[in-house]
Write a protein of this length. Structure first.
Length: 265
């Protein structure tokens, strides 16, 4: 597992701050003796209160800064640095009208590009995605809490259903799955309409759209194009709370991805 340099920095900062506060406290102790000898208890109490206020404020500051860590990823740069572990696809980098990202080739079966050395537990995943408005030819999304290529959670989109005139197809626009036990086929058969929904307002199936996936175990909430109302809100169907994270495409699908942001909370 890759060591989080940011975490090490926080730990070191905490240690330094604790040492500084300990030294400061020792200084206050000495001052307190002087003031006690002078029977100036009011000033002693003031110094003690100041120390406690500084100490707790510092602790709160450290705790708040450690609540979340957000990282933005240039997917094209990651590809050039061989930072993807790719399964069942060819991956390539591209630049399109100032958008830099990665592109999946087509193939039968699901395809995944895991980000090497990165794990995700709770937090937010944001990414720009472009599929195609071609019936049964475009399945694009994010895999997370992955163990391997067969055991994972995923949220994905069917752009060809975004603006469909068929009301049944329209409610099959965004999907949650939990492999291997809960494929889309099993969920549609046994819990129809619960783990897949429409995206409203519907994006153009051939254009870029922005997805924000919020994971707060066991809840998963999906927002599209900055909409304040979720397109999908479900509970996870397994007990995994952390794992690998990657870009995902479904059977026969290609797809483009850019501007990935991962916020761990």
């Amino acid at each position: 597992m890759e060591v989080d340099e940011g975490l090490n920095t926080e730990i070191q900062s905490y240690a330094i701050l604790n040492l500084q506060l300990t030294i400061t406290y020792s200084t206050f102790e000495k001052t307190e003796i002087i003031y006690t000898n002078k029977r100036d208890k009011m000033k002693t109490q003031t110094f003690t209160k100041i120390y406690l206020a500084v100490f707790f404020a510092a602790l709160l500051s450290i705790d708040a800064s450690g609540q979340s860590q957000s990282n933005e990823y240039d997917l094209s740069a990651l590809f050039n640095k061989n930072m993807f572990d790719v399964h069942n696809r060819q991956l390539s980098g591209f630049s399109d009208n100032e958008i830099k990202g990665v592109r999946f080739s087509k193939n039968n079966g699901d395809g995944i590009a895991w980000l090497k050395g990165i794990e995700f537990a709770n937090g937010e995943i944001e990414v720009d995605i472009r599929g195609k408005d071609m019936l049964q030819q475009s399945f694009v999304g994010i895999a997370f809490h992955g163990v391997n290529n067969e055991i994972l959670d995923a949220v994905y989109f069917r752009p060809f259903n975004f603006r469909s005139d068929d009301p049944v197809r329209k409610i099959h626009a965004v999907q949650y799955i939990s492999h291997p036990d809960f494929t889309w086929q099993i969920l549609r058969e046994k819990q129809n309409g619960e783990y897949e929904k429409a995206v409203t307002p519907a994006p153009d199936g051939n254009e870029w759209f922005h997805a924000r996936i919020v994971v707060q175990y066991p809840r998963i909430t999906v927002f599209v194009n900055g909409n304040s109302e979720p397109s999908l809100a479900v509970n996870k169907l397994n007990e995994r709370k952390t794992g690998k994270i990657g870009l995902w495409v479904g059977n026969t699908s290609d797809g483009d991805f850019a501007n990935l942001r991962i916020t761990n909370k």
